[in-house]
Design a protein around this ligand. Sequence first.
Ligand code: AMP
Ligand code: TRP
Length: 334
Amino acid sequence: MARIFSGIQPTGIATLGNYLGALRNWVALQQSGDECIYCLVDMHAITTFQNPAALRQQTYTMAALLLACGINPEQSIIFHQSAISAHARLGWIFNCVARMGWLNRMTQFKDKAGKDREAVSTGLFVYPNLMAADIHAYHATKVPVGDDQLQHIELANDIAEKFNHDFGVSFFPRIEPLILKETARVMSLRDGTKKMSKSDPSDQSRINMTDDADMISQKIRKAKTDTDPLPDNLAALAERPEARNLLGIFAAISGEAQEAILARFAGGGFGPFKNALAEALVAHVEPIVRRTRDYLTDTAELDRVLQAGAAKAAAIAGPITDEAERIVGFLPRG
Ligand code: AMP
Ligand code: TRP
């Protein structure tokens, strides 16, 4: 039995990109027979300033969404990162293992920091070290993510290798990303070359996993496309990123092959295609939105679920982190 670990930041509202790229896979993996650990990474969230009340609310909303998508706390461990000290403790050790040069190459940092490198938090810079600690504190070996996280997974392997080498141990195992190929990168509805993101200033660029039926339909109707009719083969979409993105979403949501969908709409404009896509999306997403709202009415219950998950997570990550501290030469915690 392998151990699976993944995390999602409780910032903003989860998008269809989070759902198709990651969360849907988290749910499916519960049936794999592997042990699944899913973490709301609130410590990662504060690498950029979060209003405290909003952070609390968004953490509840994300917990509710995970349950609404089908994460079963009897089957999987679900908890918030800050509830367990192991993440911070191992994260610190990894701050001392990772090299400046490695972190300087992280494209996500470059994107997020932009021209403002001097002004972003130091936490944003060492964020990948904490992510490596999240995974390695459990000796997890499989990590379901979207492909924007690949570079961070490689870094987590580099950190583990250097730790093992520096201390002459084989303590941390190699980890492997699990990526759903077709939806590894769901793109913005406004620009088919940019990923759909919680933090895009335009709400029209994304479907939020809290949008109601009208909102979903309206966003799909207004989604950017081109003026050519739909072709009858995938190759013809090579230079049409917006059309390719909508088709990818359609296939992922309906379970139909992209070719089969194209065959139905080939030769026509985007109108009927978008109507059918909106209908499929509403049918899939609306029940999740409804269930999320229901779970959110009882935050005491959400606290109970997260705290029970944290106790189980601590029982795994605590001893592994104790051992990492012993390896580096810290005295026992007692
Ligand atoms: P984040 O929103 O950065 O906390 O990401 C949570 C998970 O969703 C990670 O596994 C990401 O790789 C995945 N993800 C985020 N945006 C997208 C997207 N547009 N397409 C596919 N996966 C995504
Ligand atoms: N960095 C990830 C993201 O922004 C979230 C994350 C934190 C994560 N720790 C993790 C993902 C550990 C997988 C495993 O999407």
